[in-house]
Design a protein around this ligand. Structure first.
Ligand SMILES: C[S@@+](CC[C@H](N)C(=O)[O-])C[C@H]1O[C@@H](n2cnc3c(N)ncnc32)[C@H](O)[C@@H]1O
Length: 186
């Protein structure tokens, strides 16, 4: 899977969310120029930067100063003044209210759902990005306990195609599994 040029200029520290999954998050939640987003687990900031290019404001949280520095560099590269980076543990207290969407990409994502609920407006979306099925099961059962309306879980598979004189077929190389995407609404 080719990483588009505008992503290749961004720095990478911890594992990033790739364009194939970012595209679905944007399309399914319908975020636009009026949307306010909260992102749990900044990491390298690839998702946060992508959302900030579309939305009115994005606040992204991470517990690690070193990762926030990478994201800050990416914020500068993209020249985004609507991306706010904060250092805090999102399982503790956070300040945001009335957000349109909360995205969660971190270990123990289920532990942050209580705060995700508090940060969202009515009908706002929460999106969990979870590499393992076991995490999906835990996340979905915790959604229920936190009064979220579960919508669906998706895995987005992008297949690279070899287009050559001798024939066209799927490549045997490429990125297969990244993570499952869980969508729910307040
Ligand atoms: C895989 S990275 C996120 C990558 C990011 N979504 C991107 O697209 O670049 C996960 C991040 O979650 C952060 N994290 C883990 N537990 C956290 C917590 N309780 N509160 C805030 N951030 C946390 C980690 O420090 C790490 O940077």
């Amino acid at each position: 899977m080719m990483i588009p040029q505008h992503y290749r200029r961004l720095k990478r520290g911890p594992q990033v969310i790739l364009p194939k999954d970012i595209g679905i998050i944007v399309a399914y939640t319908g975020v636009d120029k009026n949307s306010v987003c909260v992102d749990f687990g900044t990491g390298s900031g690839w998702l946060a930067v992508s959302l900030a290019k579309i939305c009115r404001q994005v606040t992204s949280y991470d517990i690690r100063e070193d990762f926030l520095k990478i994201a800050e560099r990416n914020r500068e590269i993209e020249g985004l003044d609507n991306l706010i980076l904060k250092k805090a543990d999102v399982t503790k207290k956070i300040d945001e209210k009335d957000a349109d969407i909360v995205t969660i990409d971190m270990p123990n994502a289920d532990k942050s759902l209580k705060n995700a609920y508090k940060a969202l407006r009515e009908n706002g979306y929460v999106v969990g990005y979870l590499p393992h099925m076991e995490q999906v099961k835990k996340f979905v059962s915790t959604l229920d306990k936190n009064r979220f309306r579960y919508l669906e879980t998706l895995e987005i598979i992008a297949r690279d195609m070899l287009v050559r004189k001798e024939g066209v077929r799927p490549s045997t190389k490429g990125v297969w599994h990244t993570a499952y995407l869980v969508f729910a609404q307040k």
